[in-house]
Write a new protein. Structure first.
Length: 187
């Protein structure tokens, strides 16, 4: 039997998480180069979400970049963070050279290194697939009237926390349902 009264706050929290799950489907079913799915997704809430914010604040202190601290506040204030990552060290064997190597074989044989934020080099087509998946997920949130913001810095922290171990690049999508979007008028 369902409850006779559902408080707005509870309904909204449940709806945001439901929307986040639909966003994962949108990322999963987004078109991918050659039909090869190297997209990785995860919904992060509660203490794990706060751990991302903590890591962002730590990066802010280390690098003296205040925008990491500002964005950490957005992570804390969000209902959830959707992580979308990609296995960017795999090639699609087009030999396009966009990665800086003559062939996909040469690209795959090169040592992948952790840069300041992500692991590279990354296959251009895998990066494009990541962008398409992010756009599809953000569009889905928008269609469901869930405030959202794609955030590079949240992905950087998530990668450092090893939340998607196979990912070479991770980007976060913050989601919330408040009376006014928390992702604008930021200082």
């Amino acid at each position: 039997m369902s409850p006779q009264i559902i408080e707005s706050k509870n309904a909204e929290e449940d709806a945001v998480l439901y929307a986040a799950k639909i966003m994962l489907i949108a990322a999963r079913t987004a078109p991918k180069t050659g039909g090869i799915d190297d997209i990785l997704t995860l919904i992060v809430c509660g203490d794990k979400k706060d751990a991302i914010a903590d890591k962002m604040e730590e990066i802010a202190e280390q690098r003296k970049i205040e925008s990491f601290k500002r964005d950490a506040k957005n992570v804390r204030d969000s209902d959830a963070v959707i992580l979308v990552g990609v296995r960017g060290s795999k090639s699609i064997e087009f030999n396009c050279g966009a990665c800086g190597y003559k062939s996909c074989k040469e690209f795959e044989e090169t040592e992948k290194k952790l840069g300041e934020d992500f692991v590279g080099p990354t296959c251009l087509f895998k990066a494009l697939d990541l962008g398409i998946a992010l756009g599809s997920a953000a569009k889905t949130a928008s269609m469901l009237n869930i405030d959202n913001r794609i955030m590079y810095r949240a992905g950087t922290a998530a990668l450092k926390l090893n939340l998607l171990p196979e990912a070479t690049v991770i980007i976060g999508i913050l989601v919330s349902a408040k009376g006014k979007s928390i992702y604008f008028d930021r200082k």
